[in-house]
Design a protein around this ligand. Structure first.
Ligand code: SF4
Length: 351
């Protein structure tokens, strides 16, 4: 079928084994892909696994079925719908991109370079959209594909230094036709068969072409250069509550968790001595520190968050967004503040 036997074998396998996902067309479909759905799925899949993305994708496309409807949405509604998916800069970039595309008539650009000009779209996402939504022959390389290629060609050089070689090798097996199916087949093979720790070589359609499998090194590749550890940073979060509600603030639009509803927080500190900067309240409140700390991993650092709780009479509470002190009040909070507020609620005396 194709000049390269790896693409032939992989696409034959994909025809049977493909993952049924709500943004995908079946293999070999001649229907026109919906670029909005492909783009939305690729933004959500950045740094998030498929199982976590599916319910968010379904909720977003039910509520905002077109790029125009998403572009017209209220920022706060979109950020609240995104809550829990993490990496909130993606949601802000997604909205900005939707508004650019809608203002230009609603058609997504179809080339890698034009796609990269949209906020939040890097090389990988641009290639994936070009291949899947527009069926262009783009070389789509994510972590899964790097792993498969490193094994197929027994690349011993460690990541990240070997990235450009892996990309060149991926280009040698990417077919000119059905590039979208090929990209998705590589993703599926990497996720379900050529797994990071225990590759299932016995059931792999590429086993006959795989140099690492022959050499017995499949489970060791790709090698990785040792990484410097993540720095640890510290901060305090404040749970100010009356008998029924607790205080939330909206974070500034730019920066960490930008635009999201949050508990009031101190500044970050690098030395474990987060300064208390909770804004003054109309009456003196007495803060008590919860036992333990909440650990949360961000891309560039690990946060250790101490949580302080204080009661304030309802008639003295400062202005702000006051949420109900129950499960409903936690909806729309990023995971970090969800954990912190739930911990504080768990520590409250039953009233
Ligand atoms: Fe991965 Fe094994 Fe298949 Fe090679 S044979 S591509 S190592 S699953």
């Amino acid at each position: 079928m194709f000049a390269n036997p790896i693409a032939t074998a992989l696409l034959a396998w994909y025809g049977q084994a493909y993952r049924r996902l709500p943004w995908r067309l079946p293999p070999g479909s001649t229907a026109t892909p919906d670029a909005y759905r492909v783009w939305l799925s690729e933004i959500m899949l950045q740094q998030t696994n498929v199982a976590a993305v599916v319910p968010y994708f379904e909720a977003f496309t039910a509520r905002w079925p077109t790029v125009e409807s998403l572009a017209a949405a209220d920022d706060a509604d979109v950020m609240a719908a995104w809550a829990g998916l993490g990496y909130y800069a993606r949601a802000r970039n997604m909205l900005a991109s939707a508004r650019i595309v809608a203002a230009g008539g609603g058609a997504f650009p179809d080339t890698g370079s034009a796609l990269r000009a949209l906020p939040g779209i890097g090389d990988y996402t641009a290639a994936a959209i070009a291949a899947i939504a527009f069926r262009h022959s783009a070389v789509v390389v994510d972590g899964n594909v790097e792993r498969v290629v490193a094994r197929l060609f027994a690349v011993e050089a460690p990541l990240p230094g070997s990235k450009s070689d892996l990309r060149k090798l991926a280009a040698t097996i990417t077919p000119a036709e059905r590039a979208g199916d090929f990209a998705q087949a590589m993703m599926d093979l990497g996720a379900g068969v050529c797994r990071p720790k225990l590759p299932l070589c016995a059931s792999c359609p590429l086993a006959g072409h795989c140099q690492a499998q022959s050499a017995g090194t499949a489970g060791e590749l790709p090698r990785r250069a040792p990484r410097a550890g993540r720095p640890v940073r510290y901060a305090n979060a404040y749970f100010l509550h009356d008998s029924a509600q607790f205080l939330l603030v909206r974070r500034p639009p730019k920066g960490l968790l930008g635009g999201m509803l949050a508990l009031p927080m101190s500044a970050f500190s690098d030395d474990g001595d987060a300064k208390t900067i909770f804004p003054s309240t109309p009456v003196l409140v007495s803060w008590s520190k919860l036992t333990g700390e909440i650990r949360h991993i961000f891309t560039h650092f690990e946060l250790r968050l101490s949580v302080y709780s204080a009661f304030i009479p309802a008639h003295s509470r400062p202005p702000g967004v006051w949420a109900d002190k129950d499960r409903k009040g936690l909806i729309g909070l990023p995971a970090l503040f969800h954990k912190a507020a739930a911990a504080a609620m768990g520590s409250l005396p039953i009233e």
